[in-house]
Design a protein around this ligand. Structure first.
Ligand code: GLN
Length: 426
């Protein structure tokens, strides 16, 4: 099954001289990140034959840094999922946990690194899609502060929430890839220059020095989590404490509403972003002729899978005239509250720590018929996207032989803080 790590294998190199920071390194790229001349499917039948005429900014930066891209990785269709099972190209197995899912939606990217098919990888994280597969596959993943990495050429799912993020075997290597892709881009007006003191090398921050570090542990993010996961989490915290860090419990009352708010916002944005896939502007037309509305409907009926259709329908409903204030506006209010809670908790802690996922990797097929079970698994990751903050998932150990990830969240543009703290666990 592991051949399904890549949707398209291709060797893509730039003409950079051989001494760029990523010279000699291989990178796998999620298949929703545009690569000029190499098809970019988003894991969807709709884009099965779509070949972008330009590179995403992050891809140009990889080429300039001397990296070799080895292929485009499997993913949940348009990033909608937590297991990589909604891919039109088929599910795939977790290389670190046979019979289990690799997590999602960037499952192929995390698996490529875990299986040694690439040194590094890029994914995208709308509500956890870098951190979840990193945790499930036992590798490192970083979700950058909103605005640190250009989204130009990333096929949008929920653009106010998502960032492209790196995967690697170690915190330092992962941060090296972040160094290459981070920074303002004229082609994405939501990018910005990080404050002066926070933008020196992220890789340099991976020095393992947590002496005097103050860690807040949000109690809400431990509630309802699997016992073995929680045990592994506390062992990792004890390890940090032994190295001179201090921890205290904090409360984030708003996160109780984060999953609802996230799914209303993500589905609303998705319903709008995916309107362009009508077989005329983008996507397979299916060859239908005649009445335009009819052809449009049939192309979308055939091109999209069930999870994507479910989200377009719910998102369209949440944005409709009579319900906008009841759902979308409420969700935006909840988002503001989540941001406030994080700001407050981070006013007397350097970083916040929790399990990345409340559960170990699902068995293949286990969560497919129950979307609610899948959505609730995102409880610890989506609040971070609602708050626009940076976070890392770092391997914390195992429960019953299954990888457990620890999530560290920092203040906006506090990537160096989370990188430093995570490196102490290696
Ligand atoms: N599991 C979440 C979702 O399905 C997150 C996905 C992501 O970050 N792209 O929306």
């Amino acid at each position: 099954m592991s051949e399904n790590i890549f949707i398209t294998e291709a060797e893509i190199t730039g003409d950079a001289d051989a001494d760029g920071p990523l010279a000699g390194r291989t990178v796998a790229v999620k298949d929703n990140i545009s690569t000029e001349g190499v098809r970019t499917t988003c894991g969807s039948r709709m884009l099965e034959d779509y070949v972008p005429p330009y590179d995403a900014t992050v891809v140009s930066r990889l080429k300039d840094a001397g990296a070799t891209i080895v292929g485009k990785t499997n993913m949940d269709e348009f990033g909608m999922g937590t297991t990589t099972e909604t891919s039109y190209f088929g599910a795939m197995e977790n290389p670190a946990a046979p019979g289990r899912v690799p997590g999602g939606s960037s499952g192929g990217s995390a698996a490529a690194v875990a299986a040694g098919d690439a040194d590094l990888a890029l994914g995208s994280d709308t509500g956890g899609s870098v951190r979840c597969p990193a945790a499930f596959c036992g590798v490192v993943g970083i979700k950058p502060t909103y605005g640190l990495v250009s989204r130009y050429g990333l096929v949008a799912y929920a653009n106010s929430l998502e960032q492209i993020g790196p995967f690697g075997q170690t915190v330092e290597e992962t941060a090296e890839l972040l160094d290459v892709i981070a920074g303002p881009d004229d082609r994405d007006a939501t990018t910005r220059e990080p404050p002066e003191d926070s933008n020196s090398s992220y890789a340099d921050a991976a020095d393992g020095d947590v002496d005097g570090l103050s860690i807040g542990v949000p109690t809400e993010l431990l509630e309802g989590a699997d016992e073995g996961v929680v045990e592994t989490f506390w062992d990792a915290l004890a390890d940090l404490e032994d190295q001179g860090a201090e921890y205290h419990e904090v409360s984030l009352p708003s996160v109780e509403h984060a999953v609802e708010a996230y799914y209303v916002i993500a589905m609303s944005e998705a319903s709008s972003n995916l309107a362009r896939f009508d077989g005329v502007r983008y996507g397979n037309s299916g060859g239908y002729e005649g009445n335009w509305n009819d052809a449009f409907g049939r192309a979308r009926e055939e091109g999209f899978g069930d999870e994507v259709k479910r989200r377009i329908l719910l998102g369209t409903y949440a944005l409709s005239a009579g319900y906008h204030d009841k759902y979308y506006k409420k969700a935006q209010d909840a988002r503001a509250w989540v941001k406030q809670d994080f700001d407050q908790a981070l006013s007397d802690a350097d970083v916040l720590a929790s399990p990345t996922m409340p559960v170990p990797p699902f068995e293949l097929g286990e969560s497919l018929d129950d979307p609610m079970q899948m959505y609730l698994a995102d409880a610890n990751t989506v609040p971070v996207n609602l708050a626009d903050l940076p976070a890392v998932s770092v391997p914390a150990g195992e429960t019953d032989g299954l990888p457990v990830g620890l999530q560290l969240v920092g203040p906006a543009f506090g990537e160096r803080q989370v990188v430093r703290a995570a490196s102490a666990l290696e």
